[in-house]
Design a binder for this molecule. Structure first.
Ligand code: ADP
Length: 266
């Protein structure tokens, strides 16, 4: 008679990483990568060993947001295995598919190629000891999300949305994906981005361009937290475009807002 084989527990991937935080959004263009980049810089400035994995395989924007588009990570042998050395910028260890392939080539990848690439960035990255590894997930719900949760144990997810109804409806779907039995990742809370606009010449005025209070209502309804609100600020967009995240300057209003946001996830 054949003895039943007792499966060995899978070795924990990334045992030297204390917390893995996924940054997700229901739809694209709400500022998920901007929030992920600024959170990573803010955490690094607060003294935490921080990594950032750009898992937005089909639209990687982290290389640009850190002005590292030309970086080509090197390999190094660790215990006889080739490991990918993350690119380091502003104290953050970064890996993105954008460092390896032309984003237009990745656009036509089939699901399996994309999920394999992500698995490699996670498992073969020479992340070393980290307090926080942030994962900038693609928008929506996809195979990439499944791969991420199946490959590593995610501590929690931060959901980014604008206060607009269409964005909130998608954020709700994103939250129910994380809390579903299949995925079962705790949601740390919502970040409302593009909450209001204040013109320089009217510093006491707030214009709620995408509606007011949308994320607060959704957070209350779903019994999760509203971690913070980030207004629409020209310098946030400019910082993203020139590869200098606003969180690098914690003395500015926007830099301070990102530091406060980072304090809610530690
Ligand atoms: P996503 O990752 O959700 O697709 P991005 O982070 O790429 O979105 O942001 C989309 C665009 O909006 C970028 O040009 C970014 O600089 C800009 N942006 C994001 N958040 C803000 C903000 N709070 N104020 C001004 N511009 C912003």
């Amino acid at each position: 008679k054949v003895k039943p084989r007792i499966p060995k527990p899978a070795p924990k991937l990334l045992p030297q990483v204390k917390n893995i935080v996924a940054v997700a959004s229901g739809k694209g263009g709400v500022g998920k990568s901007t929030i992920a980049a600024n959170l990573a810089v803010a955490l690094a400035r607060m003294g935490y060993n921080t990594g950032l994995l750009d898992a937005d395989i089909y639209g990687p924007s982290i290389p640009k947001m850190f002005q590292t588009e030309d970086a080509r990570p090197l390999l190094r042998k660790v215990d006889g295995k080739d490991k990918i050395i993350p690119v380091e910028k502003y104290g953050v260890k970064i890996l993105s598919i954008g460092y390896f392939v032309n984003p237009e080539d990745a656009l036509v990848w089939r699901g399996a190629m994309a999920t394999n690439a992500l698995r490699q960035l996670i498992a073969d990255g020479d992340w070393g000891e980290l307090d926080y590894l942030l994962i900038d997930l693609p928008p929506g719900t996809s195979d990439i999300h499944l791969t991420a949760v199946q490959t590593i144990s995610i501590t929690g997810a931060v959901i980014v949305s604008t206060p607009q109804d269409v964005a909130l409806a998608d954020a709700r779907k994103g939250i129910s994906m994380f809390t579903s039995d299949k995925i079962n990742v705790p949601v740390l809370g919502l970040v409302e981005n593009m909450s209001w606009f204040t013109p320089a010449e009217l510093p006491d005025n707030k214009y709620y361009i995408f509606g007011e209070g949308g994320c607060r209502r959704l957070a209350d309804e779903l019994k999760t937290k509203l971690l913070g609100q980030i207004p629409i600020v020209q310098s946030i967009r400019e910082g993203g475009d020139k590869g200098e995240p606003s969180a690098l300057n914690p003395d500015t209003i926007t830099g301070k807002a990102f530091t406060e946001l980072a304090q809610t996830v530690v």
